[in-house]
Design a protein around this ligand. Structure first.
Ligand code: ATP
Length: 357
């Protein structure tokens, strides 16, 4: 196993910047997800780590050795890595066991060791009963487990996964997230996992790097990224937050839509414009207008509401320009047009960094 370190890594295609000055360290045995929307530079970063692409600037060190720099890039076959793509790329004319054994065969591992390793990984990946089947006789999830087993059996220093579950249906995808995490807990290969799916990243990762426009916008544990998004982009991308714009009243309070909100976060500088984020389920909605003179209570009018079974989803207008989404218990049934009080708890009003800060 080896650590992976990206130092000031950039990749330009003509004038287009695919990866922009990314620095990131993945410790031995950690699983890091690169998470972000289409086009943010995830796959290019992974291909740089794999050695398929040469950097325009910066370096990649694996296990302390520089494997990529603008002057010298070690090719993929010299990197002791396994990479798994969206398409499983299994050999159709080989059985499951033969597919898994292939990487060991070309490394000329002796027969007894090969048999023992293949047996062990097939058991771990719950494929032993399918060892003699051909890929055409397997479901999508089973094929993906074979491609994982095939990548793990060669004991790579680093495992790279590029949207490995995107070809599976929703139920199977959910099951396979846990499977990937279970295999990772068992083998602890240093892993870089590319996905645009927030739930996939939250389930599998030790650390999530949220990417936007070629840069890592925030790096942290799933809990940190969810609880303390630092920018508007991260707050919107992870867990659907409302963003409220206002001005700073004093060291801890912000004025939004005519009301004062105590906030959670850094010390504020009065007079400046600011944005805060709060999640839909963190806002309490009730009909009536009591306590509206107290901090953290906003006046609004219900515009729409939808019954979703386990919750009710409200859209509430604060004024002509600002609407908030609120998730409430299903039995709190307030018709459109009703004046309401929204309570935004101070510890949930997260102050965001200004754009570009
Ligand atoms: P997706 O989830 O859609 O795969 P991504 O986050 O993986 O997106 P990349 O594939 O890394 O994004 O692409 C980042 C940017 O770099 C995009 O704007 C893309 O158009 C551009 N790009 C990637 N490869 C090339 C290339 N070979 N030539 C020119 N531009 C490229």
């Amino acid at each position: 196993m080896a650590s992976v370190e990206l130092k000031g890594l950039s990749k330009h295609y003509g004038n287009a910047v695919a990866v922009d000055d990314v620095s990131l360290r993945v410790e031995h045995g950690q699983l890091v997800c690169l998470l972000g929307p289409s086009g943010c530079g995830k796959t290019t970063t992974l291909r740089l780590i794999a050695g398929f692409v040469e950097p325009s600037a910066g370096e990649i060190e694996i296990g302390g050795r520089v494997l990529s720099s603008p002057s010298r890039t070690v090719p993929p076959e010299g990197r002791k890595m396994s990479m798994i793509f969206q398409s499983y790329a299994l050999w159709p004319h080989m059985t499951v066991a033969e597919n898994v054994a292939y990487g060991l065969k070309i490394r000329k591992v002796d027969r007894a060791t090969l048999d023992a390793k293949v047996k062990a990984i097939l058991t771990t990946a719950r494929l032993d009963a399918l060892a003699d089947r051909y890929p055409g006789e397997l479901s999508g999830g089973q094929q993906q487990r074979v491609s994982l087993a095939r990548a793990l059996v060669v004991e790579p220093e680093t495992l790279l996964l590029d949207e490995p579950l995107s070809n599976l249906d929703a139920n199977l995808r959910e099951e396979m997230r846990f499977e990937i995490r279970r295999l990772h807990d068992q083998y602890r290969y240093t892993t870089v996992y590319v996905t645009h799916d927030q739930a996939e990243a939250m389930t599998t990762a030790d650390l999530i790097a949220v990417m936007n426009k070629g840069k890592v916008e925030q790096l942290g544990s799933p809990e940190e990224i969810y609880a303390r998004p630092r920018s508007e982009f991260v707050a919107r991308f992870i867990g659907g937050s409302n963003i409220l714009r206002g001005s700073i009243l004093d060291a801890s309070r912000v004025s939004v839509a005519g009301a004062a909100l105590q906030t959670n976060g850094r010390k504020l500088q009065p007079g400046r414009a600011i944005a805060i984020s709060i999640r839909q389920h963190e806002i309490d909605i009730s009909s009536g207008d009591s306590h509206l003179d107290e901090d953290n209570n906003l006046r609004g009018v219900v515009m729409r509401q939808v019954f979703l079974g386990s919750t009710r989803d409200y859209t509430v207008a604060l004024d002509d320009r600002t609407e908030l989404r609120v998730t409430a218990p299903p039995d709190r049934n307030i018709p459109p047009g009703t004046p309401v009080r929204l309570h935004l708890p101070a510890d949930r009003c997260r102050v965001l960094a200004e754009e570009g800060a």
